[in-house]
Design a protein around this ligand. Structure first.
Ligand SMILES: [Zn+2]
Length: 273
């Protein structure tokens, strides 16, 4: 699933390539995504110009003129790529946005867990999906105190707390596992039992590791591609995620995989206590 670094990479790419572009037409081939695509979706977008592209959590916010925002979530397997219009379309290209420059923005999603909605700019923050989000990890208010307050009253494992979108917007399983590795904390540890110093390490590492992943354009295992349909490279820099059975680069112990709550967690028994 695309997480913050992948979504941010897509947004940065689009900001460079489609800002100022006018939308000539929109084709919706499949309306049955996680929520039904509105009937007037194509009509609302057509004729508008892209003013900016932003992100909130794992949501892409494409701001158009007239105060209209196209909000998109990529779900489990979604891609949003910009390609020349002559390029062959694929079976799961559910939404195709035709641009004045001869390019198209294509939203492709085999599993259809994605979400596409249009809203007025002032309404964005009050949409239930956005309103429920916790702090952005790059927000100055995301500090050890914020995380410690939430951890202390949580009955959950630290990994589960970190991937809760109401706690850290955009953080998912890949990066939560990596952050906990560098913090020296096991993903299965109870959040409320961690010391202030352990929580402080986690809070400080979170934006650092996410920034590093953005620098490598995100992690591509299978589906994820950036806005130009290229793979990310951070999978080559992961220390524990999906590396069970391999040797830890720091201490040489064998990386383990466990599945608390049916969600894989990875750790080094030597480095993480
Ligand atoms: Zn180790």
């Amino acid at each position: 699933m695309p997480e913050l670094p992948e979504v941010e990479t897509i947004c940065r790419g689009l900001r460079n390539s489609v800002k100022g572009e006018r939308i000539l037409g929109v084709a919706v081939a499949e309306t049955r995504l996680r929520a039904q695509v509105a009937k007037d979706f194509a009509k609302t977008l057509t004729g508008r110009t892209v003013v900016d592209v932003g992100r909130r959590g794992k949501y892409i916010l494409i701001r158009l003129d007239g105060g209209v925002v196209w909000l998109l979530h990529l779900g489990m397997s979604g891609k949003l790529i910009r390609v020349p219009e002559r390029r062959l379309r694929h079976r799961h290209d559910h939404i195709v946005v035709r641009l004045e420059s001869g390019y198209e923005l294509r939203y492709n999603d085999p599993r259809r867990f994605g979400f596409s909605v249009v809203a007025r700019a002032p309404e964005i923050d009050s949409l239930p999906q956005i309103r429920a989000l916790g702090l952005e990890p790059f927000d100055a208010r995301f500090d050890p105190g914020y995380l410690y307050r939430l951890a202390r009253r949580s009955g959950r494992r630290i990994r589960d707390l970190l991937i809760d979108q109401r706690v850290v917007a955009g953080l998912g399983n890949i990066y939560a596992n990596e952050i906990l590795y560098y913090a020296g904390v096991r993903p299965t540890a109870r959040a409320s039992r961690l010391s202030r110093a352990q929580i402080a390490r986690i809070a400080e590492l979170t934006p650092k590791i996410l920034a590093e992943a953005i620098r490598w354009c995100g992690t591509s295992f299978s589906d994820y591609r950036d806005a130009e349909d290229r793979r990310g490279e951070f999978q080559n820099h992961l220390r524990v995620y999906a590396r069970e059975g391999e040797k830890c680069a720091t201490c040489g112990n064998t990386i383990r995989r466990v599945s608390p709550g049916n969600r894989s967690a990875f750790y080094c028994p030597g480095c993480q206590k």
